[in-house]
Design a binder for this molecule. Structure first.
Ligand code: CA
Ligand code: CA
Length: 73
């Protein structure tokens, strides 16, 4: 029982590592498909959340595809 629990945790952490290494695209971040990335949507990527204010060059509190193009991982 205990061993299988550890195994499940190991698999789960492997999966999340893979997910983090995955390419962060505008489409994958824009989860409600409204054409902009909201601050909430940006939280998916720690790096993007950090750079959000800088990237939002017109300060409308949304990231357009053009603004997102300046995002550097
Ligand atoms: Ca959105
Ligand atoms: Ca903006």
């Amino acid at each position: 029982m205990k061993l299988s629990h550890v195994f499940t945790l190991t698999i789960a952490s492997l999966i999340s590592t893979v997910a983090l290494a995955e390419e962060v695209t505008f489409q994958s971040l824009d989860s409600n498909n409204d054409g902009v990335i909201s601050p909430t949507e940006a939280q998916v990527s720690t790096e993007l959340a950090k750079q959000y204010r800088k990237l939002d060059s017109n300060k409308d509190n949304e990231l357009s595809p053009v603004e997102f193009a300046h995002f550097k991982k």
